[in-house]
Design a protein around this ligand. Structure first.
Ligand SMILES: Cc1ncc(COP(=O)(O)O)c(C=O)c1O
Length: 449
Protein backbone atom coordinates (compact mmCIF):
# COMPACT_ATOMS: atom_id res chain seq x y z
CA UNK A 1 0.00 0.00 0.00
CA UNK A 2 1.46 3.34 -1.01
CA UNK A 3 1.79 5.49 2.10
CA UNK A 4 1.36 8.70 0.13
CA UNK A 5 -2.04 7.71 -1.21
CA UNK A 6 -3.41 6.71 2.18
CA UNK A 7 -6.12 9.13 3.23
CA UNK A 8 -8.32 9.35 0.15
CA UNK A 9 -8.49 5.65 -0.71
CA UNK A 10 -11.51 3.37 -0.78
CA UNK A 11 -11.62 0.45 1.65
CA UNK A 12 -9.85 -2.83 1.12
CA UNK A 13 -10.82 -5.63 3.48
CA UNK A 14 -8.35 -8.49 3.00
CA UNK A 15 -8.48 -10.33 6.34
CA UNK A 16 -11.23 -11.28 8.82
CA UNK A 17 -12.40 -8.63 11.32
CA UNK A 18 -10.44 -9.09 13.44
CA UNK A 19 -7.76 -11.28 11.82
CA UNK A 20 -4.99 -13.25 13.52
CA UNK A 21 -2.98 -10.27 14.80
CA UNK A 22 -6.06 -8.34 15.86
CA UNK A 23 -7.34 -11.36 17.77
CA UNK A 24 -4.11 -11.68 19.75
CA UNK A 25 -4.30 -7.99 20.70
CA UNK A 26 -7.98 -8.24 21.66
CA UNK A 27 -7.27 -11.24 23.88
CA UNK A 28 -4.56 -9.24 25.60
CA UNK A 29 -6.99 -6.35 25.90
CA UNK A 30 -9.61 -8.54 27.54
CA UNK A 31 -7.03 -9.63 30.11
CA UNK A 32 -5.83 -6.13 30.90
CA UNK A 33 -8.66 -3.69 30.39
CA UNK A 34 -11.24 -2.76 32.99
CA UNK A 35 -14.22 -5.06 32.35
CA UNK A 36 -16.47 -2.01 32.06
CA UNK A 37 -15.31 -1.77 28.46
CA UNK A 38 -14.58 -5.31 27.33
CA UNK A 39 -17.76 -6.84 28.74
CA UNK A 40 -19.86 -4.23 26.93
CA UNK A 41 -18.58 -5.48 23.61
CA UNK A 42 -19.48 -9.06 24.44
CA UNK A 43 -23.01 -7.96 25.36
CA UNK A 44 -23.37 -6.18 22.05
CA UNK A 45 -22.45 -9.36 20.23
CA UNK A 46 -25.07 -11.28 22.16
CA UNK A 47 -27.78 -8.70 21.46
CA UNK A 48 -27.13 -8.28 17.76
CA UNK A 49 -26.42 -11.94 17.05
CA UNK A 50 -23.33 -10.83 15.14
CA UNK A 51 -19.73 -10.62 16.16
CA UNK A 52 -19.10 -7.10 17.48
CA UNK A 53 -15.40 -7.59 18.00
CA UNK A 54 -13.56 -4.40 17.32
CA UNK A 55 -10.73 -3.95 14.89
CA UNK A 56 -7.44 -2.72 16.28
CA UNK A 57 -6.25 0.50 14.69
CA UNK A 58 -2.57 0.70 13.76
CA UNK A 59 -2.33 3.54 11.25
CA UNK A 60 -4.58 6.37 10.08
CA UNK A 61 -4.27 9.18 7.61
CA UNK A 62 -6.91 11.46 6.14
CA UNK A 63 -10.10 9.42 6.09
CA UNK A 64 -8.37 6.05 6.04
CA UNK A 65 -7.65 3.71 8.93
CA UNK A 66 -5.54 0.55 8.69
CA UNK A 67 -6.05 -2.20 11.25
CA UNK A 68 -3.65 -4.70 12.78
CA UNK A 69 -4.39 -7.20 10.01
CA UNK A 70 -3.75 -4.81 7.12
CA UNK A 71 -7.42 -4.07 6.35
CA UNK A 72 -8.05 -0.56 5.10
CA UNK A 73 -11.19 1.33 6.14
CA UNK A 74 -12.88 4.64 5.52
CA UNK A 75 -13.59 6.28 8.86
CA UNK A 76 -16.94 8.06 8.99
CA UNK A 77 -16.49 8.75 12.70
CA UNK A 78 -13.24 10.78 12.47
CA UNK A 79 -12.36 9.10 15.77
CA UNK A 80 -15.46 10.50 17.57
CA UNK A 81 -15.19 13.73 15.58
CA UNK A 82 -11.64 14.55 16.68
CA UNK A 83 -9.94 14.09 13.32
CA UNK A 84 -11.96 16.83 11.61
CA UNK A 85 -8.92 17.89 9.58
CA UNK A 86 -8.30 14.22 8.77
CA UNK A 87 -6.20 11.72 10.68
CA UNK A 88 -2.55 12.66 10.97
CA UNK A 89 -2.79 15.89 8.98
CA UNK A 90 0.80 16.58 7.84
CA UNK A 91 0.76 20.12 9.26
CA UNK A 92 -0.47 18.91 12.63
CA UNK A 93 2.08 16.10 12.71
CA UNK A 94 4.88 18.49 11.73
CA UNK A 95 3.85 20.96 14.42
CA UNK A 96 3.84 18.23 17.07
CA UNK A 97 7.21 16.89 15.91
CA UNK A 98 8.79 20.35 15.95
CA UNK A 99 7.34 21.08 19.37
CA UNK A 100 8.53 17.72 20.71
CA UNK A 101 12.07 18.64 19.74
CA UNK A 102 11.81 21.92 21.64
CA UNK A 103 9.65 21.56 24.73
CA UNK A 104 7.62 18.53 25.69
CA UNK A 105 6.23 19.76 28.97
CA UNK A 106 6.19 23.03 30.93
CA UNK A 107 4.96 24.18 34.32
CA UNK A 108 1.25 24.67 33.69
CA UNK A 109 -0.13 27.88 35.10
CA UNK A 110 2.98 28.59 37.18
CA UNK A 111 5.47 29.06 34.34
CA UNK A 112 3.58 28.69 31.05
CA UNK A 113 5.00 27.64 27.72
CA UNK A 114 5.22 30.08 24.81
CA UNK A 115 3.03 27.83 22.68
CA UNK A 116 0.28 27.73 25.31
CA UNK A 117 0.27 31.53 25.39
CA UNK A 118 -0.08 31.55 21.60
CA UNK A 119 -3.00 29.13 21.74
CA UNK A 120 -4.82 31.11 24.43
CA UNK A 121 -4.36 34.30 22.41
CA UNK A 122 -5.63 32.61 19.25
CA UNK A 123 -8.69 31.16 20.98
CA UNK A 124 -9.55 34.45 22.67
CA UNK A 125 -9.58 36.08 19.23
CA UNK A 126 -11.70 33.28 17.82
CA UNK A 127 -14.37 33.61 20.51
CA UNK A 128 -17.53 35.47 19.56
CA UNK A 129 -17.23 37.88 22.49
CA UNK A 130 -15.01 40.93 22.89
CA UNK A 131 -12.02 40.38 25.19
CA UNK A 132 -12.86 36.74 25.73
CA UNK A 133 -11.00 34.74 28.33
CA UNK A 134 -10.10 31.09 27.89
CA UNK A 135 -9.52 28.08 30.14
CA UNK A 136 -7.77 25.06 28.65
CA UNK A 137 -8.31 21.40 29.42
CA UNK A 138 -7.54 18.00 27.98
CA UNK A 139 -10.99 16.62 27.21
CA UNK A 140 -14.40 17.92 26.24
CA UNK A 141 -15.52 17.02 29.76
CA UNK A 142 -12.79 19.30 31.17
CA UNK A 143 -14.16 22.24 29.15
CA UNK A 144 -17.68 21.52 30.42
CA UNK A 145 -16.42 21.24 33.99
CA UNK A 146 -14.70 24.63 33.67
CA UNK A 147 -17.91 26.18 32.30
CA UNK A 148 -20.05 24.71 35.09
CA UNK A 149 -17.67 25.97 37.78
CA UNK A 150 -17.51 29.40 36.14
CA UNK A 151 -21.30 29.66 36.05
CA UNK A 152 -21.56 28.63 39.71
CA UNK A 153 -18.99 31.25 40.72
CA UNK A 154 -20.54 34.01 38.63
CA UNK A 155 -24.15 33.45 39.62
CA UNK A 156 -23.65 31.99 43.08
CA UNK A 157 -26.30 29.42 42.15
CA UNK A 158 -25.55 25.68 42.12
CA UNK A 159 -28.38 24.57 39.82
CA UNK A 160 -28.13 23.57 36.17
CA UNK A 161 -30.76 22.89 33.55
CA UNK A 162 -29.60 20.29 31.04
CA UNK A 163 -31.33 18.27 28.33
CA UNK A 164 -32.48 14.69 28.09
CA UNK A 165 -30.21 12.93 25.63
CA UNK A 166 -27.45 15.49 26.22
CA UNK A 167 -23.89 14.22 26.54
CA UNK A 168 -21.11 16.28 28.09
CA UNK A 169 -18.54 13.76 29.33
CA UNK A 170 -18.46 11.38 32.26
CA UNK A 171 -16.30 12.87 35.02
CA UNK A 172 -18.42 13.74 38.06
CA UNK A 173 -19.14 17.37 37.06
CA UNK A 174 -20.37 16.62 33.51
CA UNK A 175 -21.92 13.31 34.59
CA UNK A 176 -24.39 15.12 36.84
CA UNK A 177 -25.78 16.89 33.77
CA UNK A 178 -25.54 13.89 31.45
CA UNK A 179 -29.06 13.27 30.14
CA UNK A 180 -27.88 10.69 27.65
CA UNK A 181 -28.84 7.74 29.84
CA UNK A 182 -29.93 7.86 33.46
CA UNK A 183 -28.13 4.52 33.87
CA UNK A 184 -24.83 6.38 33.50
CA UNK A 185 -25.65 8.54 36.52
CA UNK A 186 -27.47 6.02 38.71
CA UNK A 187 -24.49 4.19 40.32
CA UNK A 188 -22.86 7.51 41.26
CA UNK A 189 -26.00 9.51 42.04
CA UNK A 190 -25.00 10.12 45.65
CA UNK A 191 -21.76 11.77 44.50
CA UNK A 192 -23.29 14.11 41.90
CA UNK A 193 -24.61 17.68 41.95
CA UNK A 194 -28.24 17.19 43.10
CA UNK A 195 -29.40 20.57 41.76
CA UNK A 196 -29.95 19.48 38.18
CA UNK A 197 -33.16 19.24 36.18
CA UNK A 198 -33.54 17.90 32.66
CA UNK A 199 -35.76 19.25 29.91
CA UNK A 200 -36.67 17.24 26.83
CA UNK A 201 -34.46 18.14 23.86
CA UNK A 202 -36.82 19.38 21.16
CA UNK A 203 -36.87 17.77 17.73
CA UNK A 204 -37.19 19.88 14.59
CA UNK A 205 -40.99 19.49 14.63
CA UNK A 206 -41.52 20.55 18.25
CA UNK A 207 -43.35 23.89 18.41
CA UNK A 208 -41.03 26.55 19.79
CA UNK A 209 -43.46 27.47 22.56
CA UNK A 210 -43.63 23.85 23.77
CA UNK A 211 -39.85 23.52 23.64
CA UNK A 212 -39.39 26.63 25.76
CA UNK A 213 -42.18 25.71 28.16
CA UNK A 214 -40.29 22.49 28.97
CA UNK A 215 -37.21 24.51 29.90
CA UNK A 216 -39.24 26.96 31.97
CA UNK A 217 -40.88 24.12 33.79
CA UNK A 218 -37.49 22.57 34.63
CA UNK A 219 -36.50 25.72 36.57
CA UNK A 220 -39.27 24.98 39.06
CA UNK A 221 -37.61 21.66 39.85
CA UNK A 222 -34.42 23.30 41.14
CA UNK A 223 -35.41 25.10 44.35
CA UNK A 224 -31.77 25.87 45.21
CA UNK A 225 -31.58 28.21 42.21
CA UNK A 226 -30.31 27.77 38.67
CA UNK A 227 -27.04 29.33 37.53
CA UNK A 228 -26.76 27.87 34.05
CA UNK A 229 -28.51 26.18 31.19
CA UNK A 230 -26.24 23.90 29.16
CA UNK A 231 -27.17 22.86 25.65
CA UNK A 232 -25.68 21.09 22.67
CA UNK A 233 -26.62 23.28 19.70
CA UNK A 234 -27.37 20.04 17.91
CA UNK A 235 -27.78 16.91 19.97
CA UNK A 236 -24.92 14.64 18.93
CA UNK A 237 -24.41 11.37 20.76
CA UNK A 238 -28.01 11.50 21.94
CA UNK A 239 -29.23 10.74 18.41
CA UNK A 240 -28.30 13.66 16.12
CA UNK A 241 -31.34 15.86 16.74
CA UNK A 242 -31.66 19.33 15.25
CA UNK A 243 -33.76 21.66 17.41
CA UNK A 244 -36.52 23.78 15.86
CA UNK A 245 -35.51 27.00 14.11
CA UNK A 246 -35.25 29.83 16.59
CA UNK A 247 -34.92 27.56 19.61
CA UNK A 248 -31.34 28.41 20.52
CA UNK A 249 -31.89 32.12 20.09
CA UNK A 250 -35.01 31.96 22.27
CA UNK A 251 -33.13 29.87 24.83
CA UNK A 252 -30.50 32.61 25.06
CA UNK A 253 -33.23 35.19 25.61
CA UNK A 254 -34.87 33.01 28.25
CA UNK A 255 -31.54 32.71 30.07
CA UNK A 256 -30.96 36.45 30.01
CA UNK A 257 -34.48 37.12 31.26
CA UNK A 258 -33.90 34.76 34.16
CA UNK A 259 -30.38 36.01 34.89
CA UNK A 260 -28.71 32.64 34.25
CA UNK A 261 -25.81 31.80 31.95
CA UNK A 262 -26.16 29.89 28.70
CA UNK A 263 -23.40 27.35 28.12
CA UNK A 264 -23.12 26.14 24.53
CA UNK A 265 -21.44 22.76 24.50
CA UNK A 266 -19.82 22.90 21.07
CA UNK A 267 -17.42 20.04 21.74
CA UNK A 268 -19.04 18.13 18.88
CA UNK A 269 -20.59 20.92 16.78
CA UNK A 270 -17.87 23.56 16.98
CA UNK A 271 -15.01 24.33 14.59
CA UNK A 272 -16.93 23.93 11.34
CA UNK A 273 -18.41 20.45 11.72
CA UNK A 274 -21.81 21.92 10.82
CA UNK A 275 -20.30 24.44 8.40
CA UNK A 276 -20.14 27.30 10.91
CA UNK A 277 -17.29 28.05 13.29
CA UNK A 278 -19.79 27.97 16.16
CA UNK A 279 -23.18 26.36 15.60
CA UNK A 280 -24.65 28.36 18.50
CA UNK A 281 -23.66 31.65 16.88
CA UNK A 282 -24.99 30.53 13.49
CA UNK A 283 -28.27 29.68 15.25
CA UNK A 284 -28.50 33.13 16.81
CA UNK A 285 -27.82 31.97 20.37
CA UNK A 286 -25.88 34.43 22.43
CA UNK A 287 -24.09 31.98 24.71
CA UNK A 288 -22.03 33.22 27.65
CA UNK A 289 -19.65 30.27 27.71
CA UNK A 290 -18.64 28.03 24.80
CA UNK A 291 -16.97 24.65 25.19
CA UNK A 292 -14.68 23.29 22.49
CA UNK A 293 -12.85 19.96 22.33
CA UNK A 294 -12.60 17.05 19.91
CA UNK A 295 -11.61 18.75 16.61
CA UNK A 296 -9.51 21.40 18.35
CA UNK A 297 -6.39 19.25 18.70
CA UNK A 298 -6.49 17.57 15.29
CA UNK A 299 -6.24 14.27 17.18
CA UNK A 300 -4.36 15.51 20.25
CA UNK A 301 -6.19 15.90 23.59
CA UNK A 302 -6.99 19.56 24.17
CA UNK A 303 -10.17 21.45 24.99
CA UNK A 304 -11.17 24.99 25.84
CA UNK A 305 -13.87 26.91 27.64
CA UNK A 306 -14.31 30.36 26.11
CA UNK A 307 -16.09 32.98 28.17
CA UNK A 308 -17.03 36.60 28.32
CA UNK A 309 -14.42 38.62 30.21
CA UNK A 310 -16.80 39.89 32.88
CA UNK A 311 -18.01 36.37 33.60
CA UNK A 312 -14.53 34.88 33.76
CA UNK A 313 -13.62 37.58 36.31
CA UNK A 314 -15.81 35.64 38.74
CA UNK A 315 -12.75 33.46 39.33
CA UNK A 316 -11.47 36.43 41.31
CA UNK A 317 -7.85 37.22 41.88
CA UNK A 318 -6.36 34.30 43.77
CA UNK A 319 -2.95 35.27 45.09
CA UNK A 320 -1.96 31.83 46.25
CA UNK A 321 -3.26 28.59 44.70
CA UNK A 322 -5.07 28.44 41.36
CA UNK A 323 -8.65 27.35 41.93
CA UNK A 324 -8.79 25.35 38.72
CA UNK A 325 -5.75 23.86 37.05
CA UNK A 326 -4.17 20.60 35.93
CA UNK A 327 -0.62 19.38 35.40
CA UNK A 328 -1.17 18.90 31.69
CA UNK A 329 -3.65 21.69 30.92
CA UNK A 330 -2.22 23.68 28.01
CA UNK A 331 0.29 20.94 27.26
CA UNK A 332 2.87 22.15 24.71
CA UNK A 333 2.33 19.31 22.23
CA UNK A 334 -1.45 19.66 22.34
CA UNK A 335 -1.19 23.44 22.08
CA UNK A 336 1.06 23.18 19.02
CA UNK A 337 -1.35 20.69 17.47
CA UNK A 338 -4.33 22.97 18.16
CA UNK A 339 -2.63 26.00 16.61
CA UNK A 340 -1.81 23.97 13.49
CA UNK A 341 -5.35 22.54 13.37
CA UNK A 342 -6.96 25.99 13.57
CA UNK A 343 -4.70 27.12 10.73
CA UNK A 344 -5.63 24.09 8.59
CA UNK A 345 -9.35 24.62 9.20
CA UNK A 346 -9.04 28.15 7.80
CA UNK A 347 -6.46 27.53 5.09
CA UNK A 348 -8.40 24.59 3.61
CA UNK A 349 -11.73 26.36 4.08
CA UNK A 350 -13.15 23.30 5.76
CA UNK A 351 -16.31 25.09 6.88
CA UNK A 352 -17.44 25.65 3.31
CA UNK A 353 -16.35 22.13 2.48
CA UNK A 354 -18.37 20.65 5.36
CA UNK A 355 -21.49 22.38 4.07
CA UNK A 356 -20.94 21.34 0.48
CA UNK A 357 -19.93 17.75 1.22
CA UNK A 358 -22.65 17.44 3.85
CA UNK A 359 -25.32 18.53 1.38
CA UNK A 360 -23.96 16.05 -1.14
CA UNK A 361 -24.05 13.19 1.35
CA UNK A 362 -27.51 14.18 2.56
CA UNK A 363 -28.84 14.08 -1.02
CA UNK A 364 -27.26 10.64 -1.67
CA UNK A 365 -28.77 9.27 1.53
CA UNK A 366 -32.16 10.74 0.67
CA UNK A 367 -32.17 8.69 -2.52
CA UNK A 368 -31.38 5.60 -0.52
CA UNK A 369 -34.13 6.33 1.95
CA UNK A 370 -36.72 6.14 -0.81
CA UNK A 371 -35.70 2.49 -1.34
CA UNK A 372 -35.25 1.32 2.26
CA UNK A 373 -38.24 1.62 4.56
CA UNK A 374 -35.99 0.83 7.54
CA UNK A 375 -34.48 4.33 7.26
CA UNK A 376 -36.89 6.36 9.36
CA UNK A 377 -35.29 9.74 9.10
CA UNK A 378 -32.19 11.64 8.06
CA UNK A 379 -31.12 14.36 10.44
CA UNK A 380 -28.28 16.78 10.93
CA UNK A 381 -26.41 19.70 9.44
CA UNK A 382 -23.15 19.83 7.48
CA UNK A 383 -21.02 16.80 8.29
CA UNK A 384 -22.86 15.91 11.47
CA UNK A 385 -25.54 13.60 10.15
CA UNK A 386 -27.66 10.85 11.65
CA UNK A 387 -29.45 8.03 9.88
CA UNK A 388 -32.32 7.03 12.17
CA UNK A 389 -33.06 3.36 11.56
CA UNK A 390 -36.03 1.17 12.44
CA UNK A 391 -35.84 1.06 16.24
CA UNK A 392 -38.47 -1.62 16.62
CA UNK A 393 -36.08 -4.32 15.40
CA UNK A 394 -33.83 -5.24 18.35
CA UNK A 395 -30.19 -4.32 17.75
CA UNK A 396 -30.86 -3.58 14.09
CA UNK A 397 -28.63 -0.49 14.23
CA UNK A 398 -25.73 -2.55 15.59
CA UNK A 399 -26.19 -5.16 12.86
CA UNK A 400 -26.14 -2.43 10.20
CA UNK A 401 -22.98 -0.96 11.67
CA UNK A 402 -21.34 -4.37 11.65
CA UNK A 403 -22.34 -4.88 8.02
CA UNK A 404 -20.78 -1.54 7.17
CA UNK A 405 -17.57 -2.42 9.00
CA UNK A 406 -17.33 -5.66 7.04
CA UNK A 407 -17.55 -3.59 3.88
CA UNK A 408 -14.80 -1.30 5.16
CA UNK A 409 -16.72 1.64 6.60
CA UNK A 410 -16.36 2.71 10.23
CA UNK A 411 -19.40 4.36 11.83
CA UNK A 412 -20.52 4.76 15.42
CA UNK A 413 -23.99 4.47 16.92
CA UNK A 414 -25.92 7.36 18.44
CA UNK A 415 -29.08 7.40 20.54
CA UNK A 416 -29.47 5.46 23.75
CA UNK A 417 -30.85 2.44 21.82
CA UNK A 418 -28.03 2.66 19.22
CA UNK A 419 -30.59 2.92 16.42
CA UNK A 420 -29.03 5.99 14.81
CA UNK A 421 -25.97 5.69 12.58
CA UNK A 422 -23.97 8.79 13.37
CA UNK A 423 -21.77 10.26 10.65
CA UNK A 424 -19.02 12.70 11.66
CA UNK A 425 -16.35 12.04 9.02
CA UNK A 426 -13.20 14.09 8.53
CA UNK A 427 -14.26 17.34 6.86
CA UNK A 428 -11.75 16.42 4.15
CA UNK A 429 -13.49 13.18 3.14
CA UNK A 430 -13.81 12.76 -0.64
CA UNK A 431 -17.02 12.35 -2.60
CA UNK A 432 -15.73 9.02 -3.94
CA UNK A 433 -15.37 7.76 -0.36
CA UNK A 434 -18.90 8.95 0.44
CA UNK A 435 -20.27 7.30 -2.71
CA UNK A 436 -18.59 4.08 -1.57
CA UNK A 437 -20.20 4.42 1.84
CA UNK A 438 -23.67 4.98 0.39
CA UNK A 439 -23.27 1.90 -1.82
CA UNK A 440 -22.11 -0.14 1.19
CA UNK A 441 -25.11 1.04 3.22
CA UNK A 442 -27.42 0.15 0.34
CA UNK A 443 -25.95 -3.37 0.18
CA UNK A 444 -26.04 -3.82 3.97
CA UNK A 445 -29.67 -2.72 4.31
CA UNK A 446 -30.61 -4.93 1.34
CA UNK A 447 -28.94 -7.91 2.97
CA UNK A 448 -30.59 -7.32 6.36
CA UNK A 449 -34.06 -6.49 4.98
C1 LIG B 1 -21.21 17.47 23.07
C2 LIG B 1 -20.14 16.78 23.83
N1 LIG B 1 -19.67 17.34 24.95
C3 LIG B 1 -18.69 16.77 25.67
C4 LIG B 1 -18.18 15.56 25.31
C5 LIG B 1 -17.14 14.92 26.16
O1 LIG B 1 -15.90 14.98 25.53
P1 LIG B 1 -14.71 14.05 26.05
O2 LIG B 1 -15.08 12.65 25.73
O3 LIG B 1 -13.51 14.54 25.27
O4 LIG B 1 -14.58 14.32 27.51
C6 LIG B 1 -18.63 14.93 24.16
C7 LIG B 1 -18.10 13.63 23.75
O5 LIG B 1 -18.61 12.94 22.92
C8 LIG B 1 -19.64 15.56 23.40
O6 LIG B 1 -20.13 15.00 22.30
Amino acid sequence: MSRSALGELLPEVVAPLPGARGTVLLDQLADAECPALTVRRARRSERSGAAQDPIVWCEARGSNVVDADGNRFVDLSAGFGAAAVGHGHPRVVAAVQAQAEKLLHALGDLHPSDVKVQLLTRLAKLAPFPEARVMLGLSGGDAVEAALKTAALYTGKPGVIAFEGGYHGLAHGPLAICGYQSAFRAPFAAQLNPHVAFAKYPGADTPLSAALARVDEAFARVPAGVGAVIVEPLLGRGGVLVPPAGFLMALGELCRARGVLLIADEVMTGLYRTGALFRSVASGADADLICLGKALGGGMPVSACLGRAEIMRAWGDPDHEALHTGTFFGHPLASAAALATLEVLEREQLGARATETGNYLHAQLDTLRARHACIRELRGVGLLLGIALDHTRPAFGLAVMRGLLERGYIVVPAGADASVVSLTPPLTITKAQLDGFVAALDATLGELA
